[in-house]
Ligand binder design. Sequence first.
Ligand code: RB5
Length: 146
Amino acid sequence: MQIIIGSDHAGVDMKKRLIEFLQQDGHQVIDCGTYSVEAVDYPDIAVKVCQKVIQQQLPGIVICGTGIGISIAANKINGIRAALCYDAYTASLARRHNDANVLALGARIIGPGLAQEIVKTFINTPFEGGRHQRRVNKIMELEAKS
Ligand code: RB5
């Protein structure tokens, strides 16, 4: 699978670890930066990742210190359903019920092992459709109305 990833300076170490983890698992990772601990603004990273998610119809991962700022920014972009997950259960439900196409992680909140578990769950869990499709459609209709 191809996966788009990006982080601000607070998430750059976690991003590096997750890229290695995903590559070892056979995935191809497209890294949208940042590439050092020099401070950057997380909305800029959210835009870079999410544009590729929409254009290439691939899953995305965005990381900042808490995951909050970058998930808020990601959810402003048309077509994005970003879910901030701090455990594997919410990552599973974000896929099964919400068809989330972007996973947001907080590098200052969770450890590397948990981050790997969350990412693995997110990319391997399918959307259930059915009644959830109707609700996701209503979320997406909000974009057209605003
Ligand atoms: C950067 O210091 C920090 O504010 C950012 O990574 C994130 O936690 C924002 O939500």
